[in-house]
Write a protein that binds this ligand. Structure first.
Ligand code: MD3
Ligand code: FE
Length: 194
């Protein structure tokens, strides 16, 4: 379910909070198991964070860069995620992880499924901030031709039920400048990983 502008009134606050999180756990380009650095820069907050390295993808309680626990999930983050999930019919969504993705012009995210989480009954809630992106919304198989959906600053999407395991990605970010984020797009994804 696409909730256009759901986070618009919170957008400035959310970006300020992303800055606080990324001061404690800086954005980094993780390496895939195949050995290539991802073009998306990532960090996390919450009880666990998504990490990738030569040995694979997983959720981890600590930031591998520092060895410290990830920053705590800010209340403003979990509140927004729970309100959006409820608006889409998912009551009492309690995310234990927020993956924060940063895109600059040219950054893309190849088609993939999110399947490192324990419980596929819980939705994933995504919040788009800053520059617009073309989201690629595929089907249950990688070969399914994706639909292209524009995601703008403040848009929130709740991915649950039959949409939970669809293949998806992001087309290379077009250049631009946004009042809130400059030449970048920030995406928050709230997950129940454990
Ligand atoms: C559909 N992020 O972090 S958000 C990701 O814009 C990811 O940064 C993209 O894909 C981004 O894994 C897309 C939308 C999204 C997130 C998770 C999903 C769509 C999803 C999980 C299942 C189906
Ligand atoms: Fe994903």
């Amino acid at each position: 379910m696409l909730l256009r502008g759901f986070a618009l009134t919170n957008a400035q606050d959310l970006i300020a909070t992303v800055t606080l999180v990324s001061n404690a756990a800086p954005f980094r380009n993780m390496v895939t198991p195949g050995g290539r650095a991802m073009s998306v820069a990532m960090t996390n907050c919450g009880d666990v964070g998504w990490v990738s390295d030569r040995s694979g993808y997983r959720y981890d309680r600590t930031d591998p860069t520092s060895g410290d626990p990830w920053p705590r999930m800010p209340a403003a983050f979990s509140d927004l995620a729970a309100r959006a999930a409820a608006a889409a019919g998912f009551d009492s969504f309690e995310p234990d992880s927020c993956l924060i993705n940063r895109y600059i012009p040219g950054t893309k995210l190849s088609l993939h499924q999110d399947r490192d989480e324990q419980d596929f009954d819980a939705p994933i809630v995504s919040v788009s901030l800053g520059l617009p992106a073309t989201f690629l919304f595929g089907g249950p198989r990688r070969a399914d031709r994706p639909r292209r959906v524009r995601l703008d600053n403040g848009d929130v999407v709740v991915w649950g039920g039959p949409a939970r395991l669809t293949f998806h990605g992001v087309a290379p970010l077009a250049d631009g400048n946004h009042a809130l984020t400059g030449r970048s797009r920030i995406n928050l994804t709230f997950r129940k990983a454990f």
